[in-house]
Design a binder for this molecule. Structure first.
Ligand code: AMP
Ligand code: MG
Length: 325
């Protein structure tokens, strides 16, 4: 298949490209498109065959459900039912944005699950694409399963070039990490994946919530995505956390005693503050592969606010190989 890459950055052609992409979605094809979190691999969420192609192209395990992307809260009808007040407050406040809400599924949606994950992306291009397609768009991250998520069109092309109909190029994603996932389908809301909408922001709005996003031992995961290894470069990753000076010394010590091609990556190298680190993280992990590194030693960040989401991705990239100093 020839993958067509179209830019969204020229206002003269942007709408034509979005409308052509919407036609591809309507016809059962696959379009990768930018959202503020990461690039999504889009298909008509109501077309079982189109969704099957998403799984095949990504190599995604079939028990890991897709997030449905919609244009606004008003289009939840026919998708979700028994939506609780807490979920409505969350959607009113954080949509459009980096929050995926899990709700009880309406019978009209055909899937093997009782629940459905929904999000309204902030990027206007993404909402225009959904609007013109006239259907909810299922869009997991547009990477091969297990690889770092894509934050540029080049990342998508690297993983999925030749296997998707079109890639819409809107430049680098603002946030750079996947959405926060919160389960509001039953009882106390539970955060299943940390993201840019932080626990503090959520609790300020709806009070105390649970947070279960790491699977330990043989526990059954509440979200299928939790159990899969993610975000990993080919290199072995070690994350070092603690006092900055001690971390710097430890990183150098580890790198000098390694017999592989190595690189030390400090928080400063990744952009310094949490927002910049989030935006750069997946690109940096991908660069490790381009450089053919055998081992990388990365400075962790404080697990506070957005730092929780950054550390979640880093820990997974490192297969929980963490050193505290
Ligand atoms: P991705 O599509 O790569 O951003 O990943 C979506 C995440 O949401 C995965 O971790 C999924 O397991 C999770 N997810 C999607 N739908 C559901 C659902 N109905 N119940 C629980 N987790 C879900
Ligand atoms: Mg993903």
């Amino acid at each position: 298949m020839n993958t067509i890459v179209k830019s969204l950055l020229d206002p003269n052609t942007c709408m034509t490209n979005i409308k052509n992409a919407a036609e591809i979605i309507k016809a059962g094809g696959l379009v990768a498109f930018p959202t503020e979190t990461v690039y999504g691999l889009g298909a008509n969420a109501l077309d079982v065959e189109a969704c099957a192609k998403v799984y095949a192209v990504k190599g995604r395990p079939s028990d890991n459900p897709l997030i449905m992307h919609i244009t606004d809260e008003m289009t939840l009808g026919g998708i979700a039912k028994n939506v609780p007040d807490t979920a409505i407050k969350l959607m009113d406040t954080f949509w459009p944005g980096s929050l995926t809400v899990i709700l009880q599924k309406d019978e009209a949606v055909k899937s093997d699950f009782d629940t459905v994950a929904v999000r309204v992306p902030k990027t206007m291009w993404a909402r225009l694409l959904i609007h013109h397609a006239g259907v909810p768009i299922a869009a997991p991250s547009a990477n091969l399963s297990g690889r770092p998520s894509p934050t540029t069109a080049a990342h998508v092309l690297e993983d999925l070039g030749g296997n998707v109909d079109m890639i819409l190029d809107g430049g680098a994603c603002d946030v750079g990490l996947e959405s926060t996932v919160i389960d509001c389908s039953d009882g106390t809301p539970t955060i299943l994946r940390p993201g840019a909408v932080t626990r503090e922001m959520i609790e300020d709005l709806i009070g105390s919530v649970n947070m279960v996003y790491e699977v330990l031992g043989d526990e059954a995961p509440k979200s299928p995505g939790m159990k899969y290894k993610h975000y990993s470069p080919n290199a072995r990753v070690t994350v070092v956390i603690g006092d900055t000076e001690k971390v710097a010394a430890k990183l150098e010590e580890l790198a000098s005693s390694s017999d592989k091609k190595t690189r030390v990556i400090t928080a400063k190298d990744m952009g310094g503050n949490h927002e910049a680190i989030a935006a750069n993280l997946f690109d940096i992990l991908r660069q490790c592969d381009e450089l053919g590194l055998g081992e990388v030693f990365i400075e962790g960040v404080e697990e506070e606010g957005l730092g929780v989401a950054i550390m979640n991705r880093l820990k997974k990239a490192a297969s929980y190989n963490i050193i505290k100093v």
